[in-house]
Design a protein around this ligand. Sequence first.
Ligand code: MN
Length: 135
Amino acid sequence: MDIHRADSRPTRRASSDWFTGTVWQDPIVDAPDPARVRAARVSFEPGARTAWHTHPLGQTLHVVSGVGRAQTWGGPVRELKSGDSVWIPPNEKHWHGAAPNHGMVHIAIHEALNGVHVTWMEQVPDDVYGTAPTA
Ligand code: MN
């Protein structure tokens, strides 16, 4: 058994290659093979979001606090609120992040396939991000 103490794994700032704005990541599950589930707490400042991306085996997002946004390629921007859980199917192109005027924190849970848990694509431009969301 390994106990990862809260002060043993520093908060990391997410790469500007794959995120817009300021995003902080704290690992929850980063287990060695043959485990393949990963989980992280991700904190988005207002306006911050991921780039477009896919997950080979899908992803669950659970919103812990704040107000967020998420969108599937070709679909409307959706609003997320604290307590919401989102399932993103395997290989569905999408992004997620905070609302323009609210921070958002979610737990992200996803599995790796052949060591790959995410495939990053282009950034989400302001005009796409700024589209009025549907519930
Ligand atoms: Mn995702």
